[in-house]
Design a protein around this ligand. Structure first.
Ligand SMILES: [Fe+2]
Length: 367
């Protein structure tokens, strides 16, 4: 891409075409002291209140800068490199990290090790990149004292508090309000599909694990649904079109949200999976459509529960697992509480935490 100046008009040449850049688009980006607060990088003027019929009176490109005088009297030098970062109309940091598909053959994913000042290191940047590639990451040696998981989460961004509290303790207990608090096998599921918005990321921190069972299981919803799209487009289509109701009730709250099991973005690409078959209710549709839906859901469930799609591992004390709750399904194998204690703590954070941290570290280390 190249910026060119022809008769006081500024053009963006991308090799194939030469498009004029709207003068007001440039006017909005003036970054001299009177236009932009250097500390906050926020505008000191309000372009939405200005007359957008603006013209360039004079312009000059030199030494990596463009000097522009506008007909409303404003003038400034704009750094061309900085301007070039504005030409993309989508997120260039997070979207540039390509998701890696995986199944039970997944090997050699790097585990990270917690250390002093961990959250401001290059290692933390690499951790977040790995998280966006695989949809999960494991950090070893995370302190287990004083609900450290909350400090951990708040050092990346902010804890997303729910009605389960700021964090929750995963231990078997009597009269549980969720099957997570039992010793039962938990098939692959995503958490809290009944919330709006669904918590984006779950952190699970192993505090104690003295039992021989209770293995953690993960399945990549992205891989499974992308494969389904190729192998059974009809099933994929209905699962990405029919919105179902997810509901959670206890004595204090009734939570409900509606979504497709495979939720696509505006470009019909993968955005989110929700799967929690103890909580989903499809609306009454024509019998033929429901027939198709139930068969498709069974197929998806079989794939999620197929060991070829699952990795299984033991979380040791001080291991902290971070999972993308929009992409990865999690579960656990059953365990025998008479063997000893099994105690995990969990909490949620949202994508703004990880994305904000990743962009900050990329800027800090000039990556
Ligand atoms: Fe869960």
């Amino acid at each position: 891409m190249k910026i060119e100046l022809i008769n006081n008009k500024i053009y963006l040449n991308n090799g194939n075409s030469n498009e004029e850049i709207h003068p007001f688009w440039l006017r909005e980006r003036l970054d001299g002291e009177e236009f932009l607060d250097k500390g906050t990088q926020q505008r000191l003027f309000d372009p939405s209140a200005m007359n957008c019929e603006i013209e360039i009176e004079k312009a000059k490109i030199s030494d990596g800068f463009i000097e522009i005088n506008f007909n409303d009297g404003a003038s400034s030098r704009i750094n061309l490199e900085k301007l070039a970062t504005e030409f993309s109309n989508k997120d260039t940091v997070i979207k540039s990290i390509n998701k890696i598909k995986w199944n039970s053959n997944l090997k050699n994913v790097k585990n990270f090790t917690f250390e002093e000042n961990f959250f401001e290191t290059k290692e933390m940047y690499e951790l977040l990149v790995s998280f966006y590639k695989y949809g999960f990451v494991i950090i070893k040696n995370v302190p287990t004292n004083d609900n450290f998981i909350v400090k951990f989460a708040n050092s990346i961004g902010s804890v997303r508090r729910t009605n389960f509290g700021e964090h929750f303790n995963v231990k078997s207990k009597s009269n549980p309000n969720d099957l997570a608090y039992t010793t039962l096998h938990l098939s692959p599921h995503t958490d809290n599909p009944y919330r709006n918005p669904v918590p984006c990321i779950q952190l699970l921190h192993c505090i104690e694990n003295e039992v021989s069972g209770g293995f953690s299981t993960l399945v990549d919803g992205y891989t499974v649904t992308e494969n389904l799209k190729i192998e059974d487009p009809e099933a994929y289509k209905i699962l990405s079109e029919v919105k179902v109701r997810f509901k959670f009730t206890d004595k204090n709250v009734v939570l409900e949200d509606w979504s497709e099991l495979i939720h696509l973005d505006e470009n019909k690409e993968f955005k989110q999976v929700r799967f929690s078959p103890r909580l989903d209710y499809v609306p009454v549709l024509e019998k033929n459509k429901l027939d198709l839906y139930y068969k498709a859901r069974k197929k998806l469930s079989d794939l999620y529960n197929n060991e070829k799609n699952r990795i299984e591992f033991r979380l040791e004390p001080k291991d902290l697992m971070m999972m993308d709750n929009y992409r990865v399904l999690h579960g656990r194998t059953k365990f025998d509480p008479s063997e000893g204690n099994r105690f995990l703590q969990g909490c949620y954070i949202d994508f703004d935490s990880t994305e904000g941290k990743l962009r900050h570290l990329k800027r800090k280390f000039n990556l």
